[in-house]
Design a binder for this molecule. Structure first.
Ligand code: NAD
Length: 423
């Protein structure tokens, strides 16, 4: 899991990017000023300060957030992030992106996000469990299977979700698995959830490459990161014949012009703690990775890594955004002008929330699907969303980001207007 994912400068930049993107879509749609104000503002923001007893007996107070951006299309959905530099602004940006993401892939959800300001690397497993159970209790006025369903994000995973599910269930006196997604299989998790985001990225790369007449067989792919999203994207693209020429982590990157085997890199990282120095590779920096000559670049680690400074030097033909918010609005403009096709985050990494939705549906039905059913349903959702966004982009002569946002914002606007303004 990543620890250096967010710097405070990047945080401000995330909210700035989210708001700039929204305004561009609202302008293009000619959105009524009142409706624009409704869709721009987060609906609910909860700040919690709560004590946790540490292993040595002393007490520390932690700050956490849960932001529900918009609920017009259904209950709120979004991950929980543990990181020292989590802030309310960052959570607001991520919650807004969740609203649009769910709308792009037509899930019956609104958007939310949560976070706790902490450094998980410095906490023991028992401390993490107490922190998670107390945070879950503090945000329990908001969360629930019909109201707001958390999921993993940076530095949280299936075990975190298991603790939240158990805490919430203890409060109610019976098991309520549908309160979170991304759980272990043994307590109502779904087949295919761990690799869902990477799999969705792979479908988007395939669809984009097909439209640009780039054969996936032999295509050079550079991937920033080697966490959940990046590693599965690397494995699945490799399995389709693409050449994974670089991957990275916070310590740097591994570059091999003839291609890396992601399974070997994963083994090497497990043994050494990093991808740097993987067999038959040369060390490069993260900055160099982003500027490699390749067919496909997949930023799958950090926010705001492609900026107006380095965008003129990006040499990929397709940028497939595995991470949330990796490209700033200024960089977007430069890439568009240079003919680089950017598959935007709210489409490209929507495979994760889509399989989270499948998990929630299975939990509510208490009836579970096979991995094959999950994959084929995911593929159908992603391919159809990609086609919708592509069509919108052609109809309006805009890039895929603006097209995806216009599609999402118009769907949320329609739901808001159809429901009416209460009272
Ligand atoms: P993760 O914690 O599993 O992995 C993050 C990766 O980034 C790690 O390989 C880490 O080494 C690398 N990293 C950290 N600092 C770096 C630096 N300075 N330079 C280069 N690499 C660095 O996280 P994840 O779940 O893979 O999430 C990655 C991104 O994808 C985030 O933006 C997240 O919000 C987004 N995302 C994740 C999911 C999901 O289902 N996990 C879904 C949608 C979007």
């Amino acid at each position: 899991m990543a620890s250096e994912l967010v710097s405070s400068q990047v945080v401000d930049s995330a909210l700035r990017s989210a708001l700039t993107q929204f305004e561009a879509a609202a302008d293009r749609l000619g959105l009524d000023p009142g409706l624009r104000a409704v869709l721009r503002a987060p609906k609910r923001e909860l700040i919690v300060n709560f004590p946790v007893e540490m292993d040595d007996g002393h007490i520390e107070v932690f700050t956490g957030y849960r932001v529900q951006h918009n609920l017009a299309r259904g209950p709120a959905k979004g991950g929980i992030r543990y990181h020292p530099r989590v802030s309310l602004d960052e959570v607001r940006a991520l919650a807004m992106w969740m609203t649009w993401k769910c709308a792009v892939v037509r899930l019956p959800y609104g958007g939310a996000k949560g976070g706790v300001v902490c450094d998980p690397k410095r906490l023991s497993q028992r401390e993490l469990e107490r922190l998670t159970r107390r945070y879950a209790t503090e945000i329990s006025p908001l969360i629930g299977p019909d109201s707001d369903i958390p999921a993993p994000d940076v530095n949280t995973g299936p075990q975190t979700m298991a603790w939240i599910m158990d805490t919430y269930s203890m409060h109610h006196g019976y098991s309520i698995p549908a309160v979170v997604t991304g759980k272990p299989l043994s307590i109502g998790g779904s087949e295919g959830r761990p690799e869902a985001t990477g799999r969705g990225v792979t479908y988007c790369v395939r669809e984009a490459a097909r439209r640009l007449d780039i054969p996936l067989q032999g295509a050079r792919v550079a991937i920033q990161g080697f966490g959940n999203v990046a590693e599965y994207a690397a494995r699945l693209l490799h399995a389709q014949g693409a050449r994974i020429i670089a991957v990275s982590d916070s310590r740097g990157g591994a570059f091999a012009p003839n291609g890396l085997n992601p399974a070997d890199v994963a083994r090497f990282k497990q043994e050494t703690g990093s991808v740097v120095g993987a067999p038959h590779s040369r060390r490069i920096s993260n900055a160099e990775l982003l500027e490699l000559e390749c067919e496909v670049l997949v930023p799958a680690a950090l926010e705001s890594v492609i900026t107006e400074e380095n965008a003129p030097r990006v040499r990929a033909r397709i940028v497939a955004e595995g991470a949330n918010g990796p490209t700033t609005p200024e960089a977007d403009r430069i890439l568009h002008e240079r003919g680089v096709l950017v598959v935007p985050d709210i489409l490209c990494n929507a495979g994760g929330v889509t399989v989270s939705y499948f998990e929630w549906v299975q939990d509510r039905d208490a009836f579970f699907w096979t991995a094959e059913e999950i994959y084929s349903r995911l593929e159908r959702v992603m391919v159809s969303a990609f086609a919708d966004v592509w069509r919108m982009s052609e109809q309006h002569g805009v890039d895929l980001r603006l097209a995806a946002l216009m599609l999402a914002v118009s769907r949320v606007a329609e739901a808001t207007l159809t429901r009416g303004i209460y009272p």
